[in-house]
Design a protein around this ligand. Sequence first.
Ligand SMILES: [Zn+2]
Length: 261
Amino acid sequence: MGAEITTVSGIRLAVKDDVGPSRPGPKNCPVCGKQGRKVTALTVTSHLRSEFWDKVAEDFWFCWTSSCPILYYDNAHATYVSKDMREVRSRFGLKETGTPRPICYCLGITQERLLEEVVEKRCCDSFQDVERFTRAGTGKWCLTTNPSGVCCRTYLKDVVEQALKLAHADARPSLKQVARELDSSREVPLVPMELEISGMHCESCTTSVAAALEHAGAQDVRVSYPEGKARFLRPKSTAVDRLVEAVEDSGYSASESSKGR
Ligand SMILES: [Zn+2]
C-alpha cells in the first residue's frame, strides 16, 4: 500500500511517493505533486470551516490542479484541507465538474452564467466586452472571496478568451460542447516559472523588473538581485515571449531558465 495523508476532517488520500510527508518540500502538493501558491492565513480562514481554525498557521499553500482534491496544504505541520464541503465553505470553480462553478467570487458570477452570455447569447467579441457587460473580474476582494487568494481576473481571462474563440468558430458549437472543451484543456491555470534576468545593478532594479512582469500579467512575482532571477506564476493565456518583452522594454534582458520553474 502506498503512503497516504489524512485531511482535517479525517479523509484519507493517497500521496505521490516522491513528494508526500516522507519528503516534505513545502511547495508541492502532496497529492498531485504540483507546485501551488503560498496563501495567507486570512485567505485560508475565509474558506475553512471555523471548527478547523486552530489548525491555521502561516504555512499554507493552495493547490491549483483542477483534478486534485486538495485545496490547501501545510506540509510543515502536516495539515491538509480538501475541497470537501465538510472542510471548506466555498466551492473552487476550477476544481468542480458539477454546477455551480464560481469563477468571479467577488461578484458571485459562475462559469455557467458567463458561457451562457458568451456562447449562447453571443454578447461579446472580446474579454474587455465581457468584463464591461457582465462586470466579471471587476471585484476587489479576491484575497478573501477567492479560495486561491489570487485576483479572479487572472484565470477568468483565460476561460473567457478560450470560450470566445470556441464560440466564434465556424462550427458554432453548442454551450455543452464549449463547456466540455474547456474542461478538457484546464489543469493548472497558473504555471510556476523562472526567468534569468541580466542587467540589474542593484536592489532597486528588482522593483522595476517586478513591476514590468506584474504589468504583463505575472502573479506572485519575486525578483532576486544576487541570483539574477525572477520567479512568478504565469497565467496560461500570457505568452512567455510577452513577459520576456516586458522585461526587455524596461531595460533589462531576460531568458527562460533551462530548469523551467
Ligand atoms: Zn494537488
